[in-house]
Ligand binder design. Structure first.
Ligand SMILES: Cc1cc2nc3c(=O)[nH]c(=O)nc-3n(C[C@H](O)[C@H](O)[C@H](O)COP(=O)(O)OP(=O)(O)OC[C@H]3O[C@@H](n4cnc5c(N)ncnc54)[C@H](O)[C@@H]3O)c2cc1C
Length: 200
């Protein structure tokens, strides 16, 4: 790994908590793709992009970042222009998909774009639709925390409505992992509370 403007000790400590494949430096070929913002003027040239591949490594990184003065942000797909001067946490590795036929529910990774959800659903259950974003390239979590509008919203409501988004697994500031339904105010805030709520 080549470290350019990331030589300061907090960056090194953060990197030591992650696998090499989870670290994206400004000279990495996927740096721009992993951090670009819809609004160019909001782009903060992050000193480091990390892409945790598990809730465990995301938890370790978050718990450490909250002990530092580093400017950091959570990034989905950049359509609300999430960016930070120091560390950007790219969530795109959270891209799982599971369709449960019995309950007619899907469990989807929050870091993928809706286009991936539509593609995966059409492969396993083409007879079903889902209340997802009109614009397929926006991120799942970003759309949900923004309320979320679907082509089906006039009939079925917002993507984040209780009938459509049942629950979410959340990595909290201290690295702990909870289902939001165990903390009803957290689940309420996820339903359109806006990105970065509860952050500092
Ligand atoms: C061209 C365009 C078309 C759009 N079309 C639609 C549409 O059809 N339907 C609709 O509902 N909305 C639409 N939107 C709005 C879009 O859903 C929001 O801007 C949404 O926040 C984008 O999410 P993102 O992951 O792409 O953006 P980002 O900027 O990466 O993230 C948005 C916010 O969510 C937070 N966030 C992202 N992922 C996570 C995560 N995994 N955990 C915690 N926080 C997270 C970020 O910190 C940030 O505050 C559109 C926006 C644009 C610019």
């Amino acid at each position: 790994m080549t470290v350019s403007n990331t030589d300061a000790s907090p960056f090194k400590i953060l990197c030591s908590l992650l696998q090499a494949a989870e670290i994206i430096t400004p000279d990495s070929s996927d740096y721009t793709e992993s951090s670009q913002t819809w609004a160019a003027q909001k782009y903060s040239n992050p000193g480091l992009v990390i892409r945790p591949t598990s809730t465990d490594s995301l938890g370790k990184a978050l718990a450490y970042l909250y002990t530092t003065n580093l400017d950091f942000a959570i990034y989905g797909h950049g359509f609300s222009s999430a960016s930070a001067k120091d560390v950007l946490i790219n969530t795109s590795a959270f891209d799982n998909f599971h369709f449960e036929a019995h309950s007619e529910t899907v469990t989807i990774g929050a870091g993928q774009p809706w286009a991936e959800v539509y593609r995966k659903l059409s492969q396993v259950a083409p007879e079903y639709g889902i209340i997802g974003a009109r614009t397929p390239c926006v991120g799942v979590a970003g759309a949900i925390v923004s309320g979320g509008f679907s082509w089906l919203s006039s009939e079925y409501g917002c993507i984040s409505d209780p009938e459509n988004m049942i629950d979410a697994k959340v990595v909290k500031y201290d690295g702990s992992v909870v289902w939001a339904s165990t903390e009803p105010e957290l689940l309420w805030a996820l339903r359109g509370g806006g990105g970065g709520f509860g952050g500092r």
